[in-house]
Write a protein that binds this ligand. Structure first.
Ligand code: ADP
Length: 372
């Protein structure tokens, strides 16, 4: 059957379809039998398909019931099912009666579509929405609570009123930051697949960022030094690179305690391996958060931000660039979106990110971007 079907162009196309297609014949001794399976079906079932009972290939009762129904009604039937295994996969089966023969010789086409990736994306979207709503609800609940207090108990208490208004301003600021970061993230995602075109001096961008956040640096009482060897040009989007440098330097400053030093270092690395290299300090854990697909001799511009802050335990490192992930016990007032934003921007720039950290000793984030 299979050989006969590969004779005409239409039959060859059937063979080459990426989705598994089976021709099923009613009335075998053990129920419907497989009369043909294309290449994708062979790959999926890894068994001799022609002549095998359908139940030997597909054990899901939903699919077998759909076949029965299609045979009984002579109508198309669709059904979703899950295949079990190490990694469960989600499928949709399309059953279409061919409507040629009568009685026991009737044939049906059974097409399968793997919907696992679509399901996963859907789940991620739903989780994201739930998380974002939850993050916004917390400051909103606090605001609503204080409004109520100001209307009632604290109505005639000027001292309490001032204090509460201060907290309310802070919570409103937090909501604004969250919304800004969410919008920023969605804008970045929209054009993540389009590589940037401009040429930007990343050393200058970083220096400008540090100058712009001097007030925050002074407020936190941290000493920030910048060491960059000349102009360091990358192919990039200036505004986005500002966000990268700003998020990393701000984090280093935010998580340091007053009096501590933050070192911002920039240099050129002649190879991918050089750009990726970790310091290998004893007791420090190094992890790559994003690694580009680049030729070994591609040159990179590397930005390293070193702090002597609290550091993080090993288990946190792989999750840092997840949206809303925050290390428990660290009080930052942050949104948990900063590193997710950095990751999407660096990914768009075909660059990489690495982190090294030691609890109680500090953290170093490195970002490397292809040199222009
Ligand atoms: P946030 O807005 O909370 O800072 P980020 O995505 O920038 O969000 O960072 C995620 C989490 O990673 C932070 O909440 C913090 O727990 C941890 N983190 C980031 N940078 C540092 C750092 N330099 N030192 C210690 N912890 C850090």
């Amino acid at each position: 059957m299979s050989e006969a079907l590969t004779e005409t162009p239409a039959q060859r196309i059937l063979e080459l379809l990426p989705d598994p297609v089976l021709l099923v014949r009613a009335g075998g001794r053990q129920g419907p039998e497989i009369a043909y399976g294309n290449q994708a079906a062979q790959t999926l079932f890894r068994m001799e398909l022609v002549g095998a009972p359908l139940g030997a290939a597909l054990r899901q009762p939903q699919v077998l019931e759909a076949i029965e129904e299609a045979l009984a009604t002579d109508e198309a039937v669709e059904v979703a099912f899950e295949s079990i295994g190490v990694q469960p996969r989600y499928w949709r089966a399309f059953v279409r009666p061919l409507g040629v023969a009568e009685g026991d010789g009737r044939e049906l086409v059974l097409m399968l579509r793997d919907e696992t990736d679509a399901r996963r994306t859907e789940r991620m979207r739903a989780d994201f929405l739930a998380n974002a709503s939850h993050e916004l609800r917390t400051p909103l609940a606090s605001l609503a609570g204080f409004v109520e207090t100001l209307r009632t108990h604290a109505k005639d208490d000027p001292a309490a009123r001032d204090k509460f208004l201060g907290i309310m301003a802070e919570q409103a600021g937090r909501m604004a930051r969250l919304i800004d970061d969410l919008l920023s993230l969605s804008r970045i995602e929209l054009n993540e697949h389009i590589a940037p075109e401009g040429v930007v001096d990343f050393a200058q961008v970083t220096q400008d960022v540090v100058d712009a956040i001097r007030p925050l640096i002074a407020e936190r009482g941290v000493a920030v030094t910048v060491a960059a060897a000349g102009p360091l040009r990358v192919t990039g989007d200036r505004d986005q690179l500002v966000q990268v440098a700003q998020n990393l330097v701000e984090n280093a400053v935010k998580y340091s305690t007053p009096g501590q030093a933050v070192a911002v270092e920039m240099a050129r690395a002649a190879t991918l391996e050089g750009a990726r290299a970790a310091s290998g300090r004893e007791g420090w854990v190094a992890l790559s958060l994003l690694s580009p697909d680049a030729a070994a001799d591609q040159a990179f511009v590397v930005l390293r931000v070193r702090d002597h802050g609290p550091g993080m335990a090993r288990q946190h490192l792989p999750r840092l660039s997840e949206r809303f992930y925050r290390v428990a016990g660290q009080k930052s007032g942050g949104t948990g979106l900063g590193l997710a934003i950095v990751k999407h921007i660096v990914n768009r720039h075909r660059g990489g990110i690495a982190v090294e950290s030691a609890e109680g000793l500090g953290t170093t984030f490195s970002v490397y971007l292809p040199a222009a």
